[in-house]
Design a protein around this ligand. Structure first.
Ligand SMILES: Cc1cc2nc3c(=O)[nH]c(=O)nc-3n(C[C@H](O)[C@H](O)[C@H](O)COP(=O)(O)OP(=O)(O)OC[C@H]3O[C@@H](n4cnc5c(N)ncnc54)[C@H](O)[C@@H]3O)c2cc1C
Length: 393
């Protein structure tokens, strides 16, 4: 009998498997319908021997010391600060928009103070910010919105920014200095030997059994377990009872080229031309030396694997119905990006999984306390486990 059946071997499922097995001595079966572990963060060496990310570029960044230290148990790191250029008006300019972006685009030589004044002069006064368009136009004005955001968002989401929740573009900052890093988090690094290697080390424990190529429907009635941790799509778990939660998908076109370096930056965005949104050159992320180079083109799609929950009010309302049902379902814990229908970065999912682990250990401690005789001479097993519990919680 397994203590836990964990559905999905991405960050959410693997962090919980690792904690439950190593810290709480639980027997865990973790399954995935794909033929590999690591979920969307999966990377592998392609036919030319170049390390590539199958599901698009994954760049690790976090402000959480706890999350970073937790993952450091399973990998060494390669320091890496991500940079992106956008192809606009025939030029490659830094993205997010900064001082150099404005100067290059308009042939100016403004300083930080002047660029701030420039942005203030073009920004539109929008009293109530509701949509993605409002967010950007109120910060950088209509012209820059149209050059950088409008068509990119249309391609990415299949919708005009005026139809999308403000959360989509509020993630993208604008800077008046020359900082061209894509992220400004305290910790920015790539797992030295890749994500999959890191996951292998997380799951390498005698209490953890891994089963791949297995949809949970295939085994749920045959394998005995006490509780489920579910990291797949929440609507699927409830047989789409209230309807399907909408997702945006992507098609990844991978290519290996007979040149050592292909792009002027690790990622180049194409807001206005082409059907793809961006190209990524993997060696720039991983630091691998190789005479050839591998890139991936991302083509947004309506259909396919669920990648991005579509942030619209009606979808949030639909999700809240599933969430209510999920909260009422005993012994099933929903965690991760698909099970909580939210765009989370990897570090956020790790944090969410560590929080659930803490809740589960507290729950089992309560159960043990309830069973304990009134006078007890020695510390309970759970007390010992909790006292050994990791610092991040
Ligand atoms: C294109 C793209 C780029 C990204 N880039 C970044 C980035 O640069 N930085 C960053 O921090 N984050 C990035 N992310 C987000 C990152 O991928 C997620 O935060 C992370 O993968 C979420 O982990 P998870 O465990 O919740 O989900 P997943 O990794 O999706 O894992 C869920 C697993 O459940 C399995 N599953 C689903 N249904 C079933 C079923 N019925 N039976 C069995 N198994 C099932 C799936 O096969 C999957 O492997 C990116 C995401 C995408 C799509």
């Amino acid at each position: 009998m397994f203590d836990y059946l964990i559905v999905g071997a991405g960050f959410a499922g693997s962090v919980l498997a690792e904690r439950l097995a190593t810290r709480s001595n639980k027997k865990v079966l973790i399954i995935d319908k794909r033929n590999h572990i690591a979920g969307n963060a999966y990377d592998h060496y392609n036919e030319e021997g170049i390390l590539v990310h199958k599901y698009g570029p994954h760049i690790f960044h976090t402000n959480s010391k706890d999350v970073f230290e937790y993952l450091t148990n399973f990998t060494d790191w390669r320091p890496y600060e991500h940079r992106v250029l956008a192809s606009v008006d025939g030029q490659l300019v830094p993205m997010p928009i900064n001082l150099d972006t404005i100067n290059k685009l308009y042939g100016l030589s403004l300083n930080s103070f002047e660029v701030e004044q420039f942005l203030e002069s073009v920004a539109e006064d929008i009293p109530v910010i509701r949509t993605s368009e409002d967010v950007v136009v109120s910060k950088v004005g209509r012209e820059l919105y149209e050059k950088f955001f409008k068509n990119y968002t249309r391609k990415q989401w299949g919708m005009d920014p005026s139809e999308l929740d403000k959360s989509v573009t509020s993630r993208v900052p604008t800077r008046t200095n020359r900082d061209d890093r894509y992220f400004t988090d305290t910790y920015q690094a790539m797992p030295l030997h890749g994500y999959t290697r890191m996951f292998e080390r997380m799951l390498d424990h005698p209490n953890i059994k891994v089963m791949l190529n297995t949809d949970y429907h295939e085994i749920i009635d045959f394998i005995p377990f006490k509780e489920i941790i579910f990291t797949g799509p929440v609507d699927e778990y409830f047989d789409f009872k209230f309807g399907k939660l909408p997702y945006r998908s992507l098609e990844f076109k991978h290519e290996t080229l007979n040149v050592e370096k292909f792009l002027a930056a690790p990622v180049v965005n194409y807001p206005n031309e082409h059907l793809y949104t961006r190209i990524t050159e993997f060696k720039a992320l991983t630091g691998q030396q190789h005479p050839k180079t591998s890139v991936v083109y991302e083509y947004p799609q309506a259909d396919g694997d669920p990648y991005y929950p579509i942030p619209r009010l009606e979808n949030a309302e639909l999700y809240s119905k599933y969430k209510k049902l999920a909260d009422e379902t005993p012994n099933v814990h929903f965690v991760g990006r698909l099970a909580t229908y939210k765009y989370y970065n990897m570090d956020q999912v790790v944090a969410q999984a560590l929080t659930l682990y803490k809740k589960l250990t507290e729950k089992s401690e309560e159960a043990l306390q309830a069973k304990k005789p009134a006078i007890s001479g020695s510390a309970s097993l759970v007390e010992k486990l909790v006292s050994r519990a990791p610092k991040q919680e």
